[in-house]
Every structure is written in C-alpha cells, then in structure tokens.
Unconditional design. Structure first.
Length: 583
C-alpha cells in the first residue's frame, strides 16, 4: 500500500496533459493513468452511459449534469427545489434516455428523507420511484438499471437492516427479492439481467452474493475472504472490481470472476489522498477513479484570516502568510474585548496556537496545540494538545493539563461564566463539560450527529450544528440547543441551517453558516427561517470557511481558502488483468 502513496505524489509533481497517459514506475509497468479533461471541477459520483459516449455527475451535491465523455457540451439536467436539496448516485438507462438517482432533504442518516427519482434527459421531466419505501442516507442509496432496461434495483431500509428492492417498469410494481442477505451497498446487475451482485452477510469466502431475481437463490462469490463494501463486474463479466473498507481506510481489488488472486489497485490511504469511487470504463480495460483529492486537501491551499461586520461592511484581512494556515474547519477564538483573535497554524512540521492583534495585525505564537479558546477574564487560553485539553496563563505562560488520559479531546469552548469548558471527545463523539480548574469530565450529550458547541451569553446552554435532523428542511441539517440542565441527554432541534457548520450568535438572535460548494459565501439567517442573506461571497477567488461570531455578535471572523477541487483519473489496468487469473 505504501507504493500507492507514490502514485499520488508522482501525479502532483508532473505536469500532465489531460489526455496523456502517465506511467508510474513505482507500481511497475502494469499501471498507468491519465487525468480526464473535466478534472478540477467540484464533481462527484460519475456515471458513464452504456455506449461510453456520455457521463453524468453530481456537482456541489445539489445538481446533476451530463456531458460528452471528454467533458464537452455540458448541461444541467437536475436542479433541485427547496424541498429536495441533495442528490447522489446518478445511473443511466441502457438506452441513454433517462437517469435514475437518489435525492434528499439534508445529509443526515435519519433526517435525510431520501427518495429515488427518474429524469427524462430530453424534456427534464422528473418522476419519483419507490414512493412507499424508506431509504438510508442519500449518498448510501443506489438505484441501478438492469442492462435490458426493464427493471431498477435499489437498496432500501428495512426493520432489520437494508433490503433489496426491484421495480418492474412494465408493471410499475415493486418487489422485495426473497433470500436477500441484508444487502449493504450498491446492487450491480449481471449482463443477462437475471442476477444482482450485492455485499451482505459474511460467508466462508467473503461477503459478496449473487441473487437470482426469479427464485431468490443465493450464490456466494469468492473474494479470498476479503469483506467488500461494493463490487461490480467488468463489462464482459470476466473480472470483479471491489472495495474493502469505508472512508479513509478503503482498498480496492481486481479479481478474476473465475477465482484467483486479488490484485490491489489504488485505494484510499489516510493522510495521502482520497478516491471516492472506482468504476469500470466501458472498454473493460480501465477503471475510472472519481473525486481524487489530496488528503488533507487544504494543506497546500492559500489561506487568509479575515473579519467582516454582520452587515457585510468593513471587510479586513488580518493574517496572510506565505504558507497555508491549514485546518479549514478549525475554531477561531475572539478575545472577550474583541481586540485579538486566536487561531491555529498547522503546517506539515508543526501545529501551534497564535494570536493576532486586530489593530496592529501583529501575530504572536502562544503555544503548541490547536483550537484555542479565551477565558472570559482574558487571563488564560485553553487549547487541545495530544488528545487532551490544556490551559496556559497568558501572563506567566505556565501551562496546566485540564483533562487526563483522553485520546481525542478537541474543540474546547470556555463558558462565559468562567467555571466550565465544553469540549468534544470519544467514539461516538460527544460533548463533555469539565471544570476550568481540571477534574473529571461529565457528559453533556452523545446524541447522534452532535457537533461543535458555542455557548449562549448566559452560560446556561449552547448551540451546535447537527446533520441528523432536518426539521427546517436545511441542506446540511439543523442547529440544535444543548441545555446544561438536560445533561447527560441534552439536545433538541432549535433552528434552521442553510449552509455548512452553522453556529449561533451569543444572544441567539441569528444563525451564521457558509456555502463552500454552491458558490455563495457567509450566510446570516433567523433561527425560524430556512434561508438567509449572504453578507460576503469571496475574495481573490477564495471561499470563506471556519466562521466565528464576535462576543458582541456584530462581526464575523473567518478563513478564506482555495475552493475544493478534484480530479478524475482513468487508470489503465489491462496489464493487471492477466495477473488476477493466477491462483
């Protein structure tokens, strides 16, 4: 797997024409790749038509576009309304006249309200399918057209796990496939449209199954006991491409359908690069690596620390360094007198807390650590270091450890009353309270989706973004209120959230968030509203992120960063296919 790292490093160091094949010596003569022409845009979930001439993809998670396979003649075919604002996983009909895809209100697993739709490419008319069924998160719901065009299969949510449903288009009838082994991923049809390949319950050779549509008979698929999260046959049915693991730890393999030795192909190794999905190209000798980005993608990004009034006036750059500030979703910290801002400077060699004077614009290093927070008396700063919360005295620079024996304590927020620090910790992630003098933490909440916490002005409660609910039909979830009196089960929906990582003004009068993907900027809205007003868009083509309102609520501090970009690779695996036949 270490050799895979070199593939990414190599690609970043070579100027490559979009149609140029690049050999990678570190991986041997069997592997080479080229960047497709529509790289550099914020694209996801690519799907190629059956004839290979067209491609469909999701842009900014909120629209679906199609183009020719070289990226030319692009046009939008799905543009969502307020009631449906996330899309994922487009899939072509065999005749190229339709797309089927999943859509949802928001991103949460339970609050997402996922549905499945079909759009006519010619007139853009849409129709909802599988109306009477429930689904998982939008990104985890996959509708797949059978090669003969007569049926659509999808994974659906059942009482005891996910189930496999098939829609017969001629009869407009949905059936649950008998003998379904609790599928947990994308269904993939065999070329004859008679069987569906799905990951499911473990068996002695792996966890992939072929399920017959007629009688529900299950056949095991041999992956040498590797546990696949998704899988697909090559267009000629001779090879199997499958993914093992999820998130940052996935690996990908090619295997002969007749059995043999799995051959590793580029995966997703933490701290090096990310590939969302791999799919077969139509010729069956290459695979398409979708959404290839460096991890962390922001480390080489230009970054600026700035401030603006909530009216949108008085924009001011505070910090602009030659090296990137890093940590795009860090917590900025206003001093109580609003004369200083503390921030984290993360480089490849070091992570440290700095403070900038808003008048002189001079930055001063405070200590090693990240995500600082000021005490209400301005005599101390708390921060995270090595999985615990620490405090430094501003005058003496003497440090003391507030929490002990924790692994991932982070995001400390000092109470305005001065006695408590709220921080995040644990797996699953939860919010915890600890005395500012140190001691044993107590749980505030560990409810699903709990996220960053910012205090109310009176210190009796706090607010945070939570993607697990969408009562206000927000794209990215709602804002929740966490009352200290309700610990250890605090948390209830409180207000709307139009953008990313919403936070609430100290007096609760407004919610502020940002749209990094839709091309807008800093958004301020009332808690009862679904949408707000944009007070700032961009500066020098950099997007705003990591927002923090001042204690008075009159100004917003934020980072400006390079917009998210990705590449799409076509990886030639023809030299690997013969190797995968060997037992």
């Amino acid at each position: 797997m270490k050799k895979i790292i070199l593939l990414f490093v190599f690609s970043m160091c070579v100027v490559v024409r979009a149609d140029q094949w690049v050999p990678v010596d570190e991986l041997g003569p069997a592997m080479r790749f080229k960047t497709l022409t529509f790289s550099g845009r914020s694209l996801d979930r690519l799907a190629f038509s059956s004839d290979g001439r067209h491609v469909a993809y999701v842009r900014d998670w909120t629209s679906i576009w199609i183009s020719e396979s070289d990226g030319e003649n692009e046009r939008k075919v799905v543009d969502l309304t307020d009631s449906l604002n996330i899309v994922a996983n487009p899939h072509w009909s065999p005749d190229g006249k339709y797309l089927v895809y999943s859509a949802a209100v928001g991103t949460g697993a339970k609050g997402g309200k996922t549905s499945i739709w079909r759009v006519n490419i010619s007139d853009l008319e849409r129709e909802q399918l599988f109306i009477n069924h429930s689904f998982s998160r939008c990104w985890d719901t996959f509708a797949s057209w059978s090669p003969d065009g007569s049926k659509i299969a999808t994974n659906a949510q059942g009482n005891d796990g996910e189930r496999l449903l098939v829609l017969d288009l001629s009869r407009n009838a949905v059936t649950e496939i008998p003998g379904n082994p609790k599928t947990s991923g994308r269904p993939h049809w065999t070329a004859d449209s008679q069987q569906i390949l799905v990951p499911g319950e473990d068996h002695d050779r792996g966890n992939l199954w072929l399920i017959s549509l007629n009688d529900g008979v299950k056949e095991t698929v041999d992956t040498n006991q590797l546990q696949a999260t998704s899988a697909s046959f090559s267009p000629d049915g001779q090879y199997l491409l499958f993914q093992v693991g999820n998130g940052p730890d996935n690996s990908n393999y090619i295997l002969s359908a007749a059995g043999g030795k799995p051959i590793a192909v580029p995966g997703n190794e933490l701290n090096n690069y990310s590939i969302k999905t791999l799919v077969w190209s139509r010729d069956g000798t290459s695979i398409i690596a979708n959404n290839v980005v460096p991890v962390p993608w922001w480390m080489d990004s230009r970054t600026i620390l700035a401030v603006v009034d909530t009216s949108g006036a008085n924009f001011k750059v505070l910090v602009e360094r030659d090296e990137p500030l890093g940590m795009p979703f860090q917590r900025l910290a206003w001093s109580p007198d609003e004369e200083q801002l503390a921030y984290t400077l993360a480089t490849k060699e070091d992570t440290a807390v700095y403070s900038v004077d808003l008048k002189t614009l001079e930055s001063t290093k405070i200590t090693q650590g990240k995500n600082p927070t000021w005490s209400p008396y301005m005599d101390e700063i708390a921060f995270s270091r090595n999985g615990n919360i620490w405090v430094q005295n501003v005058e003496t620079e003497i440090e003391s450890q507030v929490t002990l024996n924790l692994d991932n304590a982070d995001q400390p927020r000092w109470s305005p009353t001065g006695d408590l620090i709220c921080f995040g910790n644990g797996s699953p992630w939860g919010l915890w309270l600890v005395s500012a003098l140190g001691g044993e933490p107590t749980l505030l909440t560990q409810k699903e989706g709990v996220s960053q916490f910012n205090w109310s002005a009176d210190g009796t409660r706090g607010w945070g973004h939570n993607p697990s609910s969408n009562e206000y039909n927000g794209i990215w979830g709602d804002t929740w209120e966490y009352a200290l009196a309700d610990a250890p089960n605090a948390g209830a929906t409180w207000g709307g959230c139009e953008g990313h990582f919403a936070r609430v003004a100290p007096d609760g009068s407004y919610v502020y968030s940002f749209h990094g993907f839709q091309g807008e900027g800093i958004i301020i809205q009332k808690p009862s509203e679904q949408t707000g007003r944009v007070i700032f868009t961009k500066y020098r083509d950099l997007m705003p992120t990591a927002l923090q309102a001042s204690p008075s609520g009159t100004r917003i501090a934020f980072l400006l960063m390079e917009p998210f970009r990705s590449e799409t690779w076509k990886i030639d695996v023809s030299g690997l296919l013969t190797d995968s036949v060997d037992p």
